[in-house]
Write a protein that binds this ligand. Structure first.
Ligand SMILES: Cc1ncc(COP(=O)(O)O)c(C=O)c1O
Length: 385
């Protein structure tokens, strides 16, 4: 049986599949079982920031696997302690404590719970087109009806307001609001950047109303948008900052960075078996070192600006708009994106959708200029055909 047949036989069925079996990766390239290589602008849904099989991460994982793979947080651990120190040193001002978990949705889930503990309030204001994950709390904050409807009723007390509209946010936040949950740039929702006025206005509103500001940087974090944290573009300082995806170079991890307004935390109020495990912590330390030492945020800013300009010059009727920040790029089409994604794959470029009509590019930040140029040439060919 082929790989595809085998997976089709046993898979849960929850994922829409593409007809290719990926068996190897290096840098910004992946290879299928026939040995054909692809320029990977999916990058594991934006995970492979430092590139596939980054040697620094591979070495750290191998070494740690020989030393200690798992160690729950009821014990202290050398690599976890160093990772927490490193995260606190890199984080926006004041975010000095860390909760470690295993995915983006878990980071959001933890942030929602910590906001409720801190404020004693149960209501949450999130945004239309916002995406925060698939567990019941994070899903309650996620907007897309097709993700939500099969699971309703979800948690009570969640409201969705138009993104980038400060008046709508002001009208929605009241004395029952425990948290406002925002992305700096909406990813799944179509690559929509929040304005400085909106984001700083949200921060001020939270300070005044007693709600906590949760910023979800699961997709934008760790250099993706051209800064280590997209918050840095605006001097935005949230109470809770969610990270995941590329933090451990491809090894599953999530993290919540917490500011001084997060309080009322007693031992036992939250937890997860694998949180802060030594293997993921070692991988994250290596990935963070690599990101900082190689200035991946700077590389992302430069390469992203080049790609935006290059893609913006494509003369194709089907393109409505090209937008993005760093190497988080959306090409909004006048038609459905899926058929174009299929053709791009046939032409050797893997890309993502973001909503029905946006082609999204989240390549590894280490992508070579040559591969980026080749990806853009292919996109031009496919969109002008
Ligand atoms: C902004 C944002 N938050 C949360 C999540 C959920 O992360 P995970 O799929 O690791 O649960 C995602 C995933 O794409 C995301 O983009």
């Amino acid at each position: 049986m082929s790989i595809i047949e085998l997976e089709n036989k046993y898979t849960s069925g929850v994922y829409p599949k593409r007809e290719v079996a990926i068996v190897r990766g290096e840098g910004a390239r992946v290879w299928d079982e026939q040995g054909r290589s692809y320029i990977d602008c999916v990058a594991g849904h934006g995970v492979a920031i430092v590139g596939h099989c980054n040697p620094a991460v591979v070495d750290a994982v191998c070494q740690q696997a020989h030393t200690l793979i798992t160690c729950p947080e009821i014990f202290y651990n050398d690599v976890r302690a160093r990772l927490m120190e490193r995260l606190a040193a890199l984080a926006p001002d004041g975010l000095q404590r860390v909760f470690l978990c295993n995915s983006g949705t878990e980071a959001v889930e933890a942030a929602l719970k910590l906001a409720r503990l801190s404020t004693g309030r149960t209501c949450v204001v999130a945004t239309m087109r916002g995406f925060h994950g698939r567990t019941m709390g994070a899903l309650s904050a996620t907007w897309e009806p097709k993700y939500r409807e099969p699971y309703e009723p979800l948690l009570p007390g969640f409201r969705h307001v138009p993104y980038n509209n400060l008046d709508a946010l002001r009208n929605a936040v009241d004395e029952k609001t425990g948290a406002v949950l925002l992305e700096v740039v909406q990813g799944e929702g179509g690559v929509n950047a929040g304005s400085r006025e909106y984001l700083l206005g949200a921060q001020e509103l939270c300070e005044q109303s007693g709600a906590l500001l949760i910023i979800d940087e699961v997709q934008t974090g760790l250099g993706r948008t051209g800064k280590l944290f997209a918050c840095e573009y605006h001097g935005l300082i949230p109470d809770l900052l969610c990270l995941a995806k590329g933090l451990a170079g491809g090894v599953p991890i999530g993290a919540v960075l917490m500011g001084p307004r997060v309080c009322n935390i007693q031992p036992g109020v939250h937890g997860t078996t694998f949180g802060g495990n030594s293997l993921a912590a070692a991988a994250a330390l290596a990935a963070l070192d690599y990101i900082v030492q190689n200035d991946l945020p700077g590389q992302s800013a430069r390469k992203g600006a080049w790609a935006l300009e290059r893609l913006g010059r494509i003369q194709a009727r089907v393109i409505r708009e090209v937008r993005g920040l760093g190497l988080m790029i959306g090409i909004e089409l006048r038609q459905k994106a899926t058929p174009y994604l299929r053709t791009l794959m046939e032409e050797g470029v893997l890309a993502l959708p973001a909503g029905p009509t946006v082609v999204r590019l989240l390549p590894p930040l280490v992508i070579t200029e040559q591969d980026l140029a080749e990806a853009c040439d292919t996109i031009e060919r496919v969109l002008t055909a």
